[in-house]
Write a protein that binds this ligand. Structure first.
Ligand code: NOJ
Ligand code: CA
Length: 700
């Protein structure tokens, strides 16, 4: 009799409480959450009445027979709303509105006496949700074997995808239907032969998709802290993605101790591609700034002793070891032959150039002992990050830079010997402070040491975080290359001023990037935060820079200017060698003028894989800058200047492709013209295949 009453009570509770719905503040997005009759949580998402995520399962499997998959009932529900405007330390806009409706579902496994919380936030442009694990007796330490968060698609969408990989994002983006991923995986791999995708249908986030009925859907994560990075595995019969975490050397996904939580899983949706690019959902899901004082954090425009090594004109190393092959080119980067670029004379030349043209900093790579055998050797004790080569006078050069109002940017290539980097980190940062460096580019090329760990596992996620917070103690900004893809952490830790985590301009020297690459990255990699893409390459024929280099930079010269606007970053490099800027002083003027911090941003035109046109307003003036990047087909861009202040007059300087420009055979055909405009003006510009344009707009 007792049992009977209990069952009835559960049923009644179930009928009342086991399905919930929540709308976005503008009511366009609807979230449903429910428990099935096994007590497994599910969610479902629609936008303007169209299904975005079909009913999808949630849950985690853990070691030692802890299953957080089912057997749950809802013990409490609380709904709240939030609306706040905050100011980022740096950004695309000076103020960000964080407005969502939230549902907190407390779930209990009665038998095991375990509680978890599912928290969903519904914004006008998507949702974020995460698992939270309160402190409790029966769930203290636990190890995650698999997170089983599903994202069931409502069709065979077009996807912009990279093979799922635990160690790199430096792939060319594949564009295909979801059903075609399996068939294309091997060609995606062949092109990047050194990489190792984890499955035939695994892809990375941020994954951008487009449905047949015109919805743009993006899946990523936010606030990746003390957890492993998520990729997605596709069940391509049913079009269901499931979260796929990065394992550690033992095959475990994450080590947890309550109270704790997973990162946010995000789904953004809109029927306008431009809204994907203006979304601040991922930043909003991160915590507010963790630092009281942020005055030391400043956007940076820089040049560097860099492209000459990337193109193989010069070497990182001071002395000799045999050459290695990357793509078609044999790189002598370990072999100096007297070509060591980070020498006093060359660095001074870059400092002078930076000072003359108003750059903040000069990156110098190859300044320190260790480059002789840093690559491919899995060497544990590799760099010590404090011993300069004999031809790099660290004190004198920093003093010289200071006298010219310029800073040197430090470089810490770790060669992925991470335990070695942590061994030396304190001294490395002290040396920086002693000489006046305030930023460092870090790098993680190669297989991680401790051996068997992956770039995107929890162990490495914690390392990047450790370096970031340690750097903050020394007022140092970090630009991490090869690190885990960003998830909006720069809101909380704004000294994370840059990240690579994708195929950057360097690949233009290792075989080339697809001409549509920069029309895709803002929809994928940049969703989580800025990228140090290192634009500004004026000479496309790299054999002119370095005779043995067979690569071609797949862009027109005008498009390179546009990237300073379209590839948002508070850290922008003018990456080419000085000699190439001196050949095109009129085009270089735009790079000198373009700011790296903004008060406002308008996405004017956007279609992933085809074109992106963006206007941004300087943080500190009334000036606007426009950039447009297009794919291999070219594009007629039509924009309106209605973002300008009515009644004011402006002069626009337009740096565009010339009539006969083409990224392959005529990339240096360009035009510069000045016109007068106001907020009622409209403008049409023909962009060449692989081309684009940039405009600087000065208030008169
Ligand atoms: C790869 C980085 O992306 C590149 O910028 C750097 O120059 C090399 N590693 C060497 O550290
Ligand atoms: Ca890289």
């Amino acid at each position: 009799m007792k049992t009977y009453f209990f069952a009835l009570a559960t049923l009644a509770l179930g009928m009342n409480l086991q399905a919930e719905e929540l709308f976005s503040p503008d009511n366009q997005i609807k979230l449903n959450v429910d428990l099935d009759n096994q007590g497994r949580p599910f969610y479902e998402l629609s936008y303007k009445g169209k299904e975005v995520i079909k009913r999808s399962g949630l849950g985690l499997e853990c070691k030692e027979n802890i299953s957080l998959m089912n057997g749950f009932s809802i013990s409490n529900i609380s709904k709240t709303s939030f609306d706040e405007t905050w100011a980022p330390v740096w950004g695309e806009v000076k103020e960000i509105r964080n407005n969502y409706n939230e549902i907190e579902l407390s779930l209990t496994q009665k038998k095991e006496k375990r509680d978890i919380v599912l928290r969903f936030r519904v914004y006008n442009d998507g949702i974020g949700f995460r698992y939270e694990f309160p402190e409790q007796k029966n769930l203290n330490y636990f190890v995650i074997k698999a997170e089983r968060t599903q994202f069931a698609m409502n069709g065979d969408h077009k996807a912009f995808w990279l093979p799922g990989d635990y160690d790199t994002q430096e792939y060319s983006t594949m564009i295909s239907k979801l059903s075609e991923i399996r068939g294309l995986m091997s060609s995606a791999i062949t092109e990047n032969s050194s990489q190792t995708p984890f499955s035939e249908t695994g892809v990375q986030t941020a994954l951008q998709m487009k449905s047949d009925d015109g919805l743009y859907i993006n899946i990523h994560e936010a606030a990746l802290i003390n957890y492993s990075c998520m990729s997605l595995d596709l069940d391509d019969k049913n079009m269901i993605f499931e979260s796929h975490l990065t394992p550690d050397v033992q095959g475990n996904m994450a080590y947890m101790q309550t109270p704790c939580n997973t990162p946010w899983r995000t789904v953004m949706v809109s029927d306008d591609a431009r809204e994907m690019l203006s979304s601040k959902l991922i930043l909003n899901l991160n915590d507010p700034c963790a630092y009281d004082n942020t005055e030391w954090i400043k956007p940076i425009k820089y040049v560097g002793v860099w492209w000459e090594m990337i193109t193989n004109k010069a070497s990182w190393a001071y002395c000799d070891l045999p050459a290695v092959k990357i793509g078609e080119t044999k790189f002598d980067m370990l072999t100096s032959n007297g070509r060591h670029a980070a020498n006093n004379e060359n660095v001074r030349r870059y400092i002078d150039f930076a000072a003359t043209h108003g750059f903040d900093a000069v990156l110098v790579e190859g300044w320190n002992v260790g480059w002789e055998d840093w690559f491919g050797k899995s060497k544990d004790y590799v760099f010590d990050f404090v011993t300069p080569y004999p031809d790099f006078d660290i004190k004198g050069l920093n003093e010289y830079a200071k006298s010219k109002g310029v800073k040197l940017m430090m470089h810490h290539e770790t060669s992925a010997s991470v335990r070695n980097y942590e061994r030396h980190l304190d001294n490395a940062f002290k040396l920086m402070v002693e000489h006046g460096y305030n930023s460092v580019k870090t790098g993680y090329v190669g297989n991680i040491i401790p051996r068997g760990e992956y770039h995107y596992g929890q162990w490495m996620v914690n390392h990047y975080q450790y370096v970031l917070e340690k750097a903050a103690e020394h007022k140092i900004m970090i630009n991490a290359h090869e690190a885990v893809r960003p998830t909006g952490l720069c809101r909380t830790y704004p000294n994370l001023i840059g990240n690579e985590s994708a195929r950057g301009t360097e690949y233009e020297s290792f075989g080339g990037n697809n001409p549509d690459h920069t029309t895709i990255l803002p929809f994928t990699r940049l969703m989580g935060g800025p990228m140090d893409y290192t634009p500004g390459i004026f000479e496309q024929n790299l054999s002119k820079v370095s005779p043995d280099n067979k690569s071609w930079v797949n862009t027109t010269i005008a498009r390179q200017l546009a990237l300073y606007v379209t590839m948002y970053s508070p850290l922008q490099m003018a990456a080419d060698i000085i000699e190439n800027y001196e050949r095109f002083p009129d085009m270089f003027q735009f790079i000198k003028d373009v700011p790296v911090d903004w008060q406002d941003t308008k996405i004017l035109e956007a279609e992933p894989g085809d074109y992106i046109t963006i206007a941004r307003k300087d943080k500190n003036s009334e000036n606007w800058f426009v950039g447009c990047t297009v794919d291999e087909n070219g594009y007629n861009s039509t924009i309106s200047f209605n973002f300008l202040t009515p009644g004011k007059k402006y002069e626009a300087t337009i740096y565009s492709d010339g009539k006969n420009a083409h990224y392959r055979n005529n990339p240096q055909d360009y035009q510069i013209k000045k016109i007068k405009i106001n907020s009622k003006s409209k403008y049409t510009q023909k962009c060449a295949p692989g081309g684009g344009y940039a405009i600087s707009i000065i208030e008169l």
